[in-house]
Design a protein around this ligand. Structure first.
Ligand code: FES
Ligand code: MG
Length: 599
């Protein structure tokens, strides 16, 4: 058979040239074809296989010994390969830069954009017709989806799934959460170091990502809400048999979407993003979601702003009774029906666009129409939710242009202390105590000279995308030990960093622009009065416009807000080109490269 005839005959199924043929069966460039072919033959593939028109499917492997949350993907990849092979494809597995939330110093968020860049180059530059994105731990999901959005080859998400439930002394012990709680107990002297470690270990009993509705469970649920994974994929606990089964089905589907030429841009539409914002509120999703979802939107070229999160998501009820907003963990959530059962409720209530297309070729409505909740203690009916208006509030004022607050986690005690004044409901004023970065906070929080009492507002700055490169999860600051001993476990916390998705703290965070970009937080001084008004959505330092202008001029004279020097080349590179948290913390020069596989 001539090369040209072979090139034609190989594409019977899709009726079009596969991308990988440019490498392995390119009649216009036989010299390069031979070169590409010979090295991919040397591990046992045959020329016939590579030239048969079988789609080559990448398996973007995010698991490794450095990434324990995703490590079981190493075994799951075998099931994905079997699916790909059965459907008539060829699997090429390759590593993605590791991002372990609890392992990377100074912060895992620094590496989201690095993993993104690396994956873009791999998807663009190698003979891949489609890709399975192995997602799990917090930033692995957005990094993979951002890259798939930029390159725009057929892509499907395979979540790793949460760990089994953790248990400690007969009670559910959720990963992340348990550590925040135990930290308080340790500070109050009620447990010792050994029990602190035992509690932490009990919260992580098996392979998988955090079993709470933290950033990992949120982002995998939202990948499914976007339509990028098979229905029901996100919630399956990592060790369950269904996890291996859906890995196989995902491999099969990866081949089909190449034949159908179903690309991320067909799925990641404005409607899909709106569905995702609604779903985020209903599941009680992490405050990190707006950062990552806005980043994916920017890379696929869909207009989505931080204000959309309040506009579309605030008024949605919380349906999922899962820690940190509720009581249960991943296993109960899975048994209750996972994301499809949540979307079913939202569809019935006409809160989502049922016509949004998903990766299995069906619409969201078709996927979820029969997915009723199997346990209404865990996934509540829309009409009897955990909480009404459970979305994010977006605040602004002279402190920042935008910051978000997860109102669904405001405790009764907090509400009582700060928000229940009948003369001034939903607003409070207090004296600010300001820390410059997490190290400063740790050194000084117990210093009596700061005069922190139960009405103090704690601020942290220098913790944003530039200041603490990649932005740190530090805004949920614990009060001084002396206050905790008196029973005050939370104070209002405000900052330009993020907080862990497993934290139940009603902080005001992701402030943009950050202090390091000379935002209003850089002008704040300890002792200032600050007013937060949740009705108006404002956050302001209570000083005159003249004094504010004087402080701004003084800041400029000092050469702007000072932050510590970079420790690695990547920190410096990212600091030079990163956008603010409100805008997805993307690399600004990367956004113009869209749908690059087509060019
Ligand atoms: Fe990896 Fe929570 S630390 S998912
Ligand atoms: Mg986190």
């Amino acid at each position: 058979m001539s090369r040209k005839a072979r090139a034609r005959s190989g594409h019977k199924k899709s009726g079009r040239q596969l991308r990988s043929q440019l490498w392995f069966d390119n009649p216009d460039n036989p010299g390069m074809t031979a070169l590409y072919l010979e090295r991919y033959l040397n591990f046992g593939l045959t020329p016939a296989e590579l030239r048969s028109g079988k789609p080559i499917i990448g398996i973007a492997q995010t698991g490794s010994d450095l990434s324990p949350c995703n490590r079981h993907h190493i075994e799951l990849a075998q099931r994905v390969r079997e699916g790909i092979r059965t459907a008539g494809g060829i699997a090429f597995e390759f590593p993605v830069h590791p991002i372990q939330e609890t392992g990377k110093r100074p912060t895992a968020a620094l590496d989201r954009n690095l993993a993104y860049l690396g994956l873009v180059e791999v998807l663009y530059g190698y003979p891949l017709d489609g890709v399975v994105l192995m997602t799990g731990c917090d930033k692995t999901t957005p990094a993979c989806l951002m890259a798939a959005a930029t390159v725009n080859i057929p892509a499907i998400v395979l979540s790793g799934g949460p760990m089994l439930n953790g248990w400690w002394k007969g009670e559910r012990c959720g990963s992340g959460m348990a550590v925040w709680k135990a930290r308080e107990e340790l500070a109050a002297g009620r447990i010792d170091d050994e029990d602190f470690l035992n509690i932490a270990a009990a919260s992580a009993p098996s392979v998988g990502h955090c079993n709470t509705m933290g950033t990992a469970s949120t982002m995998n649920a939202l990948a499914e809400a976007l339509g990028m994974s098979l229905p029901g994929c996100a919630a399956i606990p990592a060790p369950y048999r269904e996890r291996g089964q859906i890995a196989y089905a995902t491999g099969v589907r990866a081949v089909e979407i190449v034949h159908e030429d179903l690309k991320p841009s067909d799925i990641l539409t404005r409607k899909a993003f709106e569905n995702t914002i609604v779903a985020c509120t209903a599941i009680g999703g992490s405050t990190n979601a707006p950062v990552h979802i806005n980043a994916i939107a920017r890379h696929i070229g869909v207009k989505l702003g931080i204000e959309d999160w309040e506009k579309i998501g605030y008024d949605v009820p919380l349906l999922v009774n899962m820690q940190p907003a509720g009581e249960y963990l991943g296993e109960e959530y899975f048994r209750a029906g996972g994301l499809p059962a949540v979307m079913h409720e939202l569809l019935k209530a006409k809160r989502i666009h049922g016509e949004a297309l998903t990766i299995n070729g069906k619409t969201m409505a078709e996927n979820v129409k029969r997915a009723t909740s199997q346990d209404e203690k865990v996934i509540k009916p829309y009409k009897a939710p955990m909480k009404q208006q459970a979305g994010f509030k977006v605040l602004h004022g002279n402190l920042f242009d935008s910051a978000i607050m997860k109102t669904s986690v405001i405790s009764e005690d907090f509400r009582h202390r700060f928000l229940d004044d009948p003369k001034d409901p939903n607003a409070f004023e207090g004296r600010a105590v300001v820390f410059d970065g997490p190290e400063d906070y740790h050194h000084r929080i117990d210093d009596p000279a700061l005069k922190i009492d139960e009405r103090t507002l704690l601020f942290i700055r220098g913790a944003g995308a530039i200041g603490y490169p990649g932005s740190a999860e530090v805004v949920n600051m614990q009060p001084p030990a002396a206050l905790i001993k008196k029973g005050i476990t939370s104070l209002p916390c405000i900052g330009d960093g993020r907080q862990s998705g497993t934290s139940g703290s009603p902080s005001i965070l992701n402030a943009s622009p950050e202090a390091a970009a000379n935002g209003g937080l850089a002008l704040l001084k300890t002792g200032d009065r600050v007013r937060i008004d949740l009705n108006k959505g404002t956050a302001d330092i209570l000083i005159s416009a003249e004094e504010l202008a004087e402080r701004r001029a003084a800041l400029q004279k000092r050469g702007g807000y000072k932050y510590p020097p970079s420790q690695t080349p990547w920190q410096e590179i990212q600091r030079g080109m990163v956008d603010q948290l409100a805008d997805g913390m993307v690399l600004k020069p990367a956004v113009k490269y869209q749908r690059v596989a087509q060019t």
